[in-house]
Design a binder for this molecule. Structure first.
Ligand SMILES: [Cu+2]
Length: 494
């Protein structure tokens, strides 16, 4: 991006007049950021977005969009506090933005058009520079809308792991293994009920059930109507279907730190490694207050878990989806002990409820926020061209209006009180911030810091955050079909 200095000064004087609308402010910030990016020299990292053929298994090749012709995209290992320059080239046929998920970056490079990040035109390039301050397991992915075009957005292979090496590593492991869970070959299908039994605490708020029932009544749904969703034909871990990738080769006694990312456009996932336990050390890259040991990991779309497994059950195992269809569809990887023989074994784990409070600090009592923001999520059957339309506080996000839902005061502490009047578990995401889960379905919690959290159906959740990022920040459900059909809101911090 080249900057005309006169334009820059002109905008500067406009700013001095005060009261710029958000879009103009974002443009102003973009120019300021561009000033700081070195125009010459080699970038630290280059990402090229282009169509690619990915071989999930012998004879099973898919066509999708990918970074650098591979899935997952190249592993980016950055260092906390160390500035990087990244070149992004768009060799696809539609505008693209790269979102740096879990980092607190300025709106003009965060990678959401809704916040004012400029899209990279087909054939275009952009150089950005930033200093990652949030250490641990993050990611980068496309933030392109998809709608009915399932070649686009997060249905594609535009996902990559990003690890920000902390200034001080807590250690306690012998090596790291990164696993990216993904499903491909999306197709429009009937909307099926989402499994939610895995979430705890249980319980339904009857007032939310009533709101949902009212929305169904208002839609005048006929009994034989089925609304649409998206299903997938194949799945993989690190780009290979179960049985077709390199096994994870381990030795007895080894402590492996797994960094796991759910890169699905739509699916929540539960995974297990028979005979082994996971000591969870970080959620979404943030160290947990309590390192609980669990037999199953659950990840909503875009969630990450870092967990240490002590390899103390020699054999050849399938580490994979606990759902048989998803695992047999490819979401699994073989773990092979040195010297072990025989076919990989799978054993179904006992039922296990996923509860963020296991990782909380039992002593933590979150302080009262300065302000509370209420949000109610409602599903309007069939209102989105065959898909369900989603609304937050009665508003479905409109890309043409881009109207912020809330205005925040910089430096203030906010509590987002979310009420889910639907029967889906939504992985909600707030850009450019880390929030703390402070209440789940009426139960107080503290010390669990995340950027995505699953809000169970007919339940409420509260998350607290400090409004320390100037400009626009996007809030949305991370399921592509939900965000494309209205499940987004902008927060404007002056
Ligand atoms: Cu959703």
């Amino acid at each position: 991006m080249t900057i005309d200095r006169r334009d820059f000064l002109k905008l500067g004087s406009l700013l001095a007049l005060g009261g710029l609308p958000p879009a103009a402010r974002a443009a102003m910030q973009a120019m300021e950021a561009a000033q700081a990016v070195p125009a010459d020299g080699k970038a630290d990292h280059v990402l090229r977005i282009a169509p690619a053929k990915i071989e999930l298994a012998p004879g099973h090749e898919i066509s999708t969009l990918a970074y650098d012709g591979q899935f997952p995209g190249p592993m980016l290992r950055l260092h906390e506090g160390r500035r990087v320059v990244v070149d992004i080239h768009n060799d696809s046929d539609a505008p693209q933005v790269v979102h740096w998920h879990g980092l607190h970056l300025p709106a003009e490079i965060d990678g959401a058009i809704e916040e004012g990040t400029p899209a990279i035109a087909p054939g275009g390039s952009r150089r950005i520079a930033f200093t990652p301050e949030q250490s641990g397991f993050r990611m980068y992915h496309t933030h392109q809308g998809a709608g009915l075009d399932l070649r686009r957005g997060m249905y594609s292979g535009l996902f990559g792991p990003l690890y920000v090496q902390p200034r001080h590593d807590a250690g306690g492991y012998d090596r790291e293994v990164f696993l990216v869970l993904k499903d491909f070959q999306p197709r429009i299908s009937a909307d099926e009920d989402m499994d939610m039994d895995f979430l705890a605490p249980k319980g339904r708020d009857q007032s939310l059930v009533k709101i949902a029932a009212q929305a169904v009544d208002d839609a005048h749904v006929q009994p034989d109507w089925e609304s649409w969703s998206v299903a997938f034909g194949s799945g993989c871990i690190n780009g290979r279907m179960l049985g077709h990738g390199e096994p994870i080769r381990v030795r007895r006694g080894e402590r492996v730190l797994f960094h796991i990312l759910n890169a699905s456009a739509m699916s929540n996932r539960g995974i297990a490694l028979p005979g082994h336990w996971f000591r969870v050390v970080a959620l979404d890259g943030n160290a947990v207050a309590t390192q609980a040991t669990v037999p199953v990991l659950w990840l909503g779309a875009a969630e990450r878990i870092s967990a240490i497994v002590t390899m103390d059950a020699p054999g050849t195992w399938i580490f994979g989806e606990i759902d048989d269809a998803a695992r047999n569809g490819g979401i699994g990887i073989v773990v092979e002990y040195a010297g072990a023989k025989g076919a990989p074994q799978w054993r179904k784990p006992a039922d296990f409820a996923w509860d963020y409070r296991r990782f909380a600090d039992p002593q933590a009592r979150p302080r009262e926020p300065d302000h509370v923001l209420e949000m109610t999520f409602v599903e309007h059957p069939f209102a989105g061209k065959g898909f369900n339309r989603w609304a937050i506080n009665g508003q479905s996000f409109a890309m043409d209006a881009m109207k912020p839902m809330f205005t925040l005061q910089r430096g203030k502490r906010y509590r987002l009180r979310m009420h889910n009047a639907s029967d889906d578990a939504h992985p909600i995401h707030l850009h450019r911030h880390t929030f703390e889960i402070t209440n789940i379905a009426g139960h107080a919690s503290g010390g669990v810091r995340k950027d995505v959290a699953l809000v169970a159906g007919y339940q409420s959740m509260e998350v607290d955050f400090t409004a320390d990022q100037p400009g626009l920040s996007l809030f949305h459900c991370h399921m592509q079909a939900h965000m494309d059909h209205g499940f987004m809101a902008l927060l404007d911090c002056s």
